[in-house]
Design a protein around this ligand. Structure first.
Ligand code: ZN
Length: 239
């Protein structure tokens, strides 16, 4: 399986605090634990030609992980459209944190994907609400993060196919923090935590969820359906 971790990689260049937490970039941190889990992982960033997502890279990618925040609008429409088409064609997509507002996720959801937010060092507790799902394997009843950005309901997404986590925040809000969707042949996993000023992607349980999510989103030799007019497989009897 080939994984590509995409990151806009701007906070890391502009904010010393973020660079201190993620010296190799958020993409570097995520790629490192995915490689440790045995997954063949490359990275791509916004400032590379074609944002690092050439036709060849997309064709070779089984699962794409996406982190973006302040530069969603700098992602070229044609690249976002190509990513969407690859998802419809069967590429898995893991959408992290503020990528809820990425062009790719909004195109695939068809809603505003808007939400409430606050940066106030809330404690976050992510409760597992689907303990039978492969994405929650290896976890306890909940994951606790000492400090995170708050995201609150209402989260304007379509009703998820599967809801895996619900977050509680110290300030009083709740949020659907882990949800799956299918679009075309592609499987999509949205996972909330990962604000850039907190070391969330160094947390082992968060790493476990993202690794599980990548494994879940990969399509394994699924059939390629055909569409349109078709000849019968066998003779249709006269009636
Ligand atoms: Zn954030």
């Amino acid at each position: 399986m080939n994984v590509t971790v995409w990151n806009e990689n701007r906070h890391e260049k502009q904010n010393d605090k973020v660079a201190g937490i993620y010296p190799d970039g958020i993409h570097g941190a995520i790629a490192a634990f995915l490689r440790e889990a045995g997954l063949d992982t490359k990275t791509a960033t916004l400032d590379e030609p074609e944002h690092g997502l050439t036709d060849e890279v997309l064709a070779d990618t089984d699962v794409l992980v996406w982190w973006g925040h302040k530069a969603h609008n700098e992602v070229k429409d044609e690249i976002a459209e190509k990513v969407k088409q690859r998802v419809l064609d069967g590429m898995g997509l893991v959408v992290l944190h503020s990528a809820h507002f990425s062009k790719v996720f909004k195109k695939l959801m068809g809603t505003t994907c808007d939400l409430k937010w606050r940066e106030a060092d809330d404690r976050e507790r992510l409760w597992v609400v689907d303990p039978s799902h492969s994405i929650t394997e290896g976890l306890g009843e909940y994951i606790e993060l000492e400090k995170e950005e708050m995201y609150g309901e209402h989260f304007d997404i379509p009703t998820p196919d599967q809801l895996l986590f619900v977050s509680w925040f110290e300030g009083g809000e709740v949020f659907r923090s882990g949800a799956t969707f299918k679009r075309g042949k592609g499987k999509i996993f949205y996972f909330r935590p990962g604000h850039e000023t907190y070391p969330t992607y160094h947390n082992k349980e968060i790493q476990q969820v993202i690794t599980n999510g990548v494994n879940w989103a990969a399509n394994k030799n699924t059939p390629s359906p055909t569409y349109g007019n078709r000849k019968q497989l066998e003779k249709i009897s006269d009636k």
